[in-house]
Ligand binder design. Structure first.
Ligand SMILES: [Zn+2]
Length: 127
């Protein structure tokens, strides 16, 4: 799922002054820490402060992951985990480490189930 539309709408509100930057630049210390240690640098400049490129943080969720569910992972780790587990969901959040702007940009499913069937989202009763 792509959240680009939502993001554009929110930014339009910010630029027009209808939404304050205090409201959208609210990355928690936990998210900022995750960006520092597990983030992936992007070429996209922060849309709010324009002072630095955004960092992409990937959070993983899934029953199979057990204690790892809800943690942030670097891209290399995502690739490894995708071979270990049948299915888990990744939520990619962009973060600005300067002004704390943050927004969900994408969510997708990874895992071996998707590799085998080629259709990661489809399930039949037989499974
Ligand atoms: Zn910023």
């Amino acid at each position: 799922m792509d959240y680009a539309l939502q993001r554009r709408a929110l930014l339009a509100e910010v630029y027009s002054g209808r939404v304050g930057t205090m409201e959208v630049c609210d990355a928690s210390p936990y998210l900022l820490r995750a960006a520092k240690f597990h983030g992936q640098p992007t070429d996209v400049q922060c849309p709010v402060c324009r002072k630095e490129p955004l960092t992409l943080v990937s959070w993983i969720y899934g029953d199979e992951l057990k204690h790892a569910s809800g943690s942030a992972r670097a891209p290399e780790e995502l690739a490894k985990l995708a071979n270990l587990y049948e299915e888990f969901t990744v939520y990619a959040v962009e973060v600005c480490r300067t002004c704390s702007w943050n927004h969900l940009v994408q969510s997708y499913v990874l895992g071996t189930r998707g590799l085998r069937s080629g259709k990661p989202r489809r399930r039949t009763v037989a499974e």
